[in-house]
Write a new protein. Structure first.
Length: 122
C-alpha cells in the first residue's frame, strides 16, 4: 500500500500489493503476484564455502529477495525469471531452504545442501 506522486497535482493511492512505475507523465500500476521458484543453480556447496547462486522461476521483480532459512540476502534482479545472490558459508553439513520473497508473498522453498568434503587419507 502506498501513495505515489504521479505528476503535477495528481497522486495515486494503491491499496494491496502492487507496484507503480512512472514513464514520462504516465503512471503504470501492476499487481504484484506471488513469485514461483522453479530451481536454483548450483543446489549444493562444500561446507565452509560461500557460493553465488542463480534462482529461476516466474514473477520476480526488482523488489524480490532470495532468502536463506528465511533471512533476506543481497539480491540482484536479472529479469522477471532470474535473480542472483551469494549463499554464505555454512560451518557444518546441512540442508537449508531457499525461497524468493516479494513483499509479503513467498515462493515454495527449494533445498540447498552443504556437504562435507570428506576425510582425507594421509
Amino acid at each position: 500500500m502506498g501513495i505515489y506522486h504521479i505528476g503535477g497535482d495528481e497522486i495515486a493511492m494503491i491499496i494491496g500489493p502492487a507496484k507503480a512505475d512512472l514513464v514520462g507523465d504516465q503512471a503504470f500500476v501492476s499487481k504484484i503476484v506471488a513469485p514461483t521458484l522453479s530451481g536454483i543453480s548450483p543446489a549444493t556447496a562444500v561446507v565452509g564455502a560461500a557460493v553465488p547462486i542463480t534462482a529461476t522461476g516466474t514473477g520476480f521483480m526488482q523488489l524480490s529477495r532470495i532468502t536463506v532459512s528465511g533471512i533476506d540476502q543481497a539480491t540482484t534482479f536479472v529479469s522477471d525469471t532470474e535473480l542472483t545472490a551469494t549463499v554464505a558459508a555454512a560451518a557444518a553439513a546441512s540442508t537449508v531452504p531457499i525461497e524468493v520473497r516479494t513483499g509479503e508473498m513467498v515462493s515454495e522453498p527449494v533445498d540447498f545442501t552443504f556437504t562435507d568434503v570428506g576425510t582425507r587419507r594421509r
